[in-house]
Ligand binder design. Structure first.
Ligand code: PHE
Length: 499
């Protein structure tokens, strides 16, 4: 990027909103949200979630879109233009995003493997136990513990290469290709989700599952746990704090309505989570009715990834046309996830281009090459333990700290009044002074609260019941490397317009 070259631009605001929605909606909406909701008081959680979304999610999104757009740069450049000392926050965000990309591609490779196995789902997923063995033993080859490597899974490597190739194709020409691909990667999973929803709610027993999902346990609202869970889910789900939104907004035409775009992104994200929850719990209700057990008992088996990779195939195997529906289900997961993955890649690529004036192709090949190499260890038999640990640390320490610093920088150095001015000049939806205390004080304090809560939990015991050494390497050391990288990159000279 040289001085004479104008910054590239999205073909339309719709392309941008779709790309941002595509980044936000992902496995988090379909797998993480329903489970967290059910565990935290069902309908009561929806209230806490809506509150967290409007009091913290939307303000953070406005900060990220506003700063990227007004300062016309990826996270490091935009924050540098707010204050040179903030540049490293942008780099740490990009590094955390990059780390997530490296293992997100591995989870996608699991989905590719299941897509290829869909035809025989009737055999491998005939019972919950066999479905479990298929996932943990045949597909992942999970070893006995985090320090037993257990060898490379060559089958997964094939899917892994496919995933990265698809990402390269999508981001090849930056916004020009991304802006087209997102029509498919947002609309196809939504169409498939609706199809699965209709299939799920018409199953016998579905209503018991939905009741379990939505029955409010209002007393929960008095405890701290539900609020922590609601805020954590909001941040993860909106993809804020990973350098994505500033980069995407920096490619918008100068007069774009950012406020309305942000509202759309929040609405689409929340709605997808809700519809995903309905589909998941209808299916759980059906499974409970078939097995003659309580919905609670089914739900207890499906913490986290097991829901998508073990329980859902088992449910689909009991229905007519199991192969077809299983293929559609994993196709939905893949199309849901791929735009989250390439948004992470595009965020890092944009940052490298802004700093060092690289061409899109060079920066992209560099990011993909290093990202794929960094992902390789996660394909080993110990990969699942490592992914679990790294994911937890990125989301519970990396993200809150970055977002808090971003808010403080924008509110106290750039000033929230300037942000509001920038947003309001471009939108019929006017933001009032209420944003100032949120961005300047409340959101950073909430984020800090999340990080402190987590630090105390880690003080009491190592994450996930793994040996302490696992979190030292895959948690703390990864965060340390991200911070060192941020400091290093900040101390390099700009070879672009900041020169
Ligand atoms: N928001 C995505 C989801 O809900 C996950 C994600 C997080 C994607 C961070 C990109 C960056 O699944």
């Amino acid at each position: 990027m040289s001085l004479s070259e104008p910054r590239e631009q999205w073909a339309s605001r719709r392309a941008f909103v779709l790309a941002a929605v595509g980044s936000a909606i992902g496995l988090g909406n379909l797998i993480r949200f329903p489970y967290v909701c059910a565990q935290n008081g069902g309908g009561a959680f929806l209230v806490a979630y809506a509150f967290a979304m409007s009091s913290a999610g939307l303000p953070l999104l406005l900060v990220e879109l506003g700063v990227g757009h007004a300062k016309r740069g990826s996270a490091p450049l935009a924050l540098f233009r707010v204050h040179p000392r903030l540049e490293w926050v942008g780099w740490v965000a990009a590094a955390v995003g990059f780390t997530i990309a490296s293992y997100y591609a591995v989870i996608m490779a699991w989905a590719v493997a299941h897509l290829f196995d869909a035809g025989s789902v009737g055999t491998w997923a005939a019972t919950w136990e066999s479905s479990r063995a298929h996932f943990f033993e045949s597909t992942l080859g999970v070893s006995g513990g985090p320090w037993q490597l257990g060898g490379m899974r060559w089958g997964l490597l094939g899917g892994f290469v496919l995933v990265w190739a698809a990402v390269a194709a999508a981001v090849w020409k930056g916004t020009r290709t991304v802006g087209k691909v997102v029509y498919a990667t947002v609309l196809i999973p939504w169409a498939l989700l609706l199809l699965l929803l209709v299939r799920a709610v018409t199953l016998p027993g579905a209503s018991a599952g939905i009741a379990w999902f939505l029955t409010p346990d209002w007393s929960r609202l008095l405890g701290a746990e539900i609020w922590l869970a609601a805020y954590a889910q909001t941040f993860f789900s909106l993809s804020v704090g990973f350098a994505i939104m500033p980069a995407y907004a920096s490619y918008l035409a100068p007069d774009t309505d950012l406020t309305w775009s942000a509202a759309w992104i929040c609405l689409a994200d929340g709605l997808t989570a809700f519809v995903g929850g309905l589909a998941v719990f209808s299916a759980a209700g059906f499974m409970a009715a078939q097995d003659g057990v309580l919905v609670t008992e089914v739900v207890e088996q499906v913490s986290g990834l097991k829901l998508a990779f073990v329980t859902y195939p088992n449910i689909l195997a009991r229905l007519p046309a199991p192969g077809l529906f299983t293929a559609l289900f994993f196709l939905m997961l893949l199309t849901l996830g791929i735009d989250s993955l390439f948004s992470l890649v595009e965020a890092v690529t944009a940052a490298l281009r802004d700093k060092w004036g690289l061409s899109q192709r060079k920066a992209l090949l560099g990011v993909i090459g290093v990202g794929a190499l960094a992902g390789l260890p996660f394909i080993s038999g110990a990969g699942l333990y490592w992914i679990d640990t790294t994911d937890h640390f990125m989301n519970h320490f990396g993200l809150p700290i970055i977002c808090a610093l971003e808010c403080v920088g924008v509110a106290w150095i750039w000033r929230t009044s300037k942000l509001r001015e920038h947003l309001n000049e471009r939108s019929w939806l006017k933001i009032g002074r209420w944003l100032d205390p949120l961005v300047g004080v409340l959101v950073p304090l909430t984020l800090l609260g999340l990080a402190v809560h987590e630090a105390l939990a880690r003080w009491r015991g190592a994450y996930g019941g793994y040996p302490r050494s696992t979190e030292l390497v895959f948690g703390w050391a990864v965060i340390g490397v991200a911070i060192l990288f941020g400091l290093w990159a900040t101390h390099r000279a700009w070879s672009t317009r900041e020169g």
